[in-house]
Design a protein around this ligand. Sequence first.
Ligand code: ADQ
Length: 467
Amino acid sequence: MTAEFVVVANRLPVDRTTDEDGNEAWRTSPGGLVTALEPVMRARGGAWVGWHGAPDEEVAPFVHEGYEVVPVPLSGQEVAEFYEGFSNATLWPLYHDTVAFPEFHREWWDAYVQVNLRFAKRAAEIASRGATVWVQDYQLQLVPRMLRELRPDLRIGFFLHIPFPPAEIFAQLPWRREILEGLLGADLVGFQIQGGATNFLRLVRSLLRLPIEQGVVRVDGSHSSLARAYPISIDTAGFQALAESPETLDEAQRLLDDLGHPKHVFLGVDRLDYTKGLRQRIRAMGELFAEGRLDPTDTVFLQVATPSRERVDEYRRLRDDIDLLVGRINSQSPTAGRPPIVYLHRGFPRQTMAAMYRIADVMLVTPLRDGMNLVAKEYVACHPGLQGALVLSEFAGAAKELRQAYQVNPYDLNGMKDVFVQALTDAPRERARRMRSLQRQVRTHTIDRWATTFLEDLSHAGSDRNQ
Ligand code: ADQ
């Protein structure tokens, strides 16, 4: 089997489930990258190359939702060194402004090189002659160059879902040249915001001393690589339809019943990750309750946090910190009824998420650093009418597009507290004015447009092909 369109990502978009009778099935998995790319794959068909999530196991390719799923095996040690180590304890904190300390270990790097090569080889086997291969995200930054060496006939795109850091931070990386050279194997390197593309080009100029003209890096005589921003988005119409379905309306009603019909609902929805600014957000809400600026008898803060990367130390610490913080705030609440913070540490079906977005008067999206943040856009798509309010960190990529959100600096607790209250109490006209502008943005800039623009540019970018 070969394919004309191949997506390569660290994880496949499916998780294996086993029912009571021991039957195995594959179901679409949650997470930002999958939410964004799965609709693209369903529409285009092709093949998706990625790890299936279980170490030390070979799984044969299979068809899911009309496209080919091609599993790449990882050993237990590779999961520890390539995935939990270099990807999530070196690159992830480094690329997010070092909000946690990145760890540098030479064995982790060796595993990163080895696994990237395996992905490149698998993609090279699957791609048909002259095919388009779209490599995703920070775990696979060496794949574009490796793949080009194996298959110069391919058209190779790369998209980075997380921020690309400023030179001062990136320069810490002992393997900085290799990463830049790896990315430059692509004909088109896409970033969430222009700042990422600019950081990248500046580094290419200063460290590799390659000529650049209008975002195009001349890598060698036959190959050039374009760096540009493509802000990712969501299936806006799909989310909107889901939010308006009778089942979602019922579910929203049930949620309100469970919460005791509060007058005001604040909502947070995140993977449990230290980049998402949960500590700061929860402290700010806790203080507002403690100071009586929010009344726990009529206001609730619903915080949903999906478990994430629980084998990485920093994430375990975060989980304990949040449990402690929420417990302390709730135990000090003057009311005996429902606690002021309802904290749910698990994943939910998309429909439940849509129901939550529906009932939230104020949506709190306050990451310390975030490539884009799809939750902000999902809220705008799902919340009915014009009376919702989106509070958005200026350090999320989405802040560049959603300019009419109530923007905050998540490091400034007093500033955040004031804006949280303002978002709830502003005049209806003001809330409607902001919401109208946000809706316009999210309805016109969809995931479909993102993918089409990227792939269209990719079809013109890059090398003189030698087919
Ligand atoms: P993430 O860091 O995962 O994505 P985000 O963009 O917010 O962040 O996407 C999270 C997705 O998971 C959303 O679609 C959300 O609905 C879903 N989700 C969150 N909590 C959930 C829960 N409890 N149950 C079910 N679903 C839940 C990375 C980058 C982002 C970038 C995306 C896409 O870090 O900056 O926007 O990739 O490029």
